[in-house]
Design a protein around this ligand. Sequence first.
Ligand code: SF4
Ligand code: SF4
Length: 263
Amino acid sequence: MPNDPSRRRFLKQGGIAALAGATSAQAFSLKNPGRDAQDPRYIGDAKAHYAMVIDLRQCVGCQACTAACKVENAVPKEQYRTFVSEFEIGTFPHVRKGYVPQLCNHCDNPSCVSVCPTGATFKRKDGIVVVDSEICWGCGYCLNACPYDKRYFNAQTKVADKCTFCAHRLQDGLLPSCVETCVGGARIFGDQNDPNSEVSKMLATFPTSVLKPHQGNAPQVFYISLDSRLEAVHEATPMLDDVVRKELGLLDKEWPKLPRGVS
Ligand code: SF4
Ligand code: SF4
């Protein structure tokens, strides 16, 4: 179960709770990435290689993860670190709904890192890709370089922002907020270097796919039961958001319109 206390404790058992440092998302900032080798926020858990498995058989498209992430990370209105795209697959009468939760893939070959001129965006030793909000000067190279469109300019901090796998929660031995909240237990997070972790067992048991594999970014977010017709896409019409926008009379600013059906 998603809220099983044993799940909440597993990161502590893995030793990451020994990391000291900031305890809130807003406080996560590193003054000298790559230079202050003693800063645990820069290193992360040097023995780990974090990943997320998203079991699409379990996702019900409720957007609880989307809401939890926004609250946990104080994500500004109309901006998202994670969301769940809805697709209609097939043609009538053989139509079904498909849901694809999406977030930064914490790529092993992250194009956002290689283009960053300041070192503000970097990959920790545990695989988590983060942004130092004090060093980022907002040039936007990383936003353009991410083939998954998983970065945005934070309207409040005025710098690049994205999912951090809730690094501030990991320091406290907690799971990422979206994982903790997922009502279907579709999001599984853990250390690939630990063969006994839930994520390792899922990867060993089920075939998985990643989004846009041809980009060569080596994403570390893996999907179980991803429809092959959706592997090349990263956006859809976010129906719930559309409803909210219509209610508020807002223009569709963040997500470009894509075909409602992928068939
Ligand atoms: S998904 Fe985009 S922002 Fe995240 S690590 Fe990969 S290239 Fe960078
Ligand atoms: S916007 Fe910030 S994080 Fe992105 S490339 Fe520029 S300096 Fe680096």
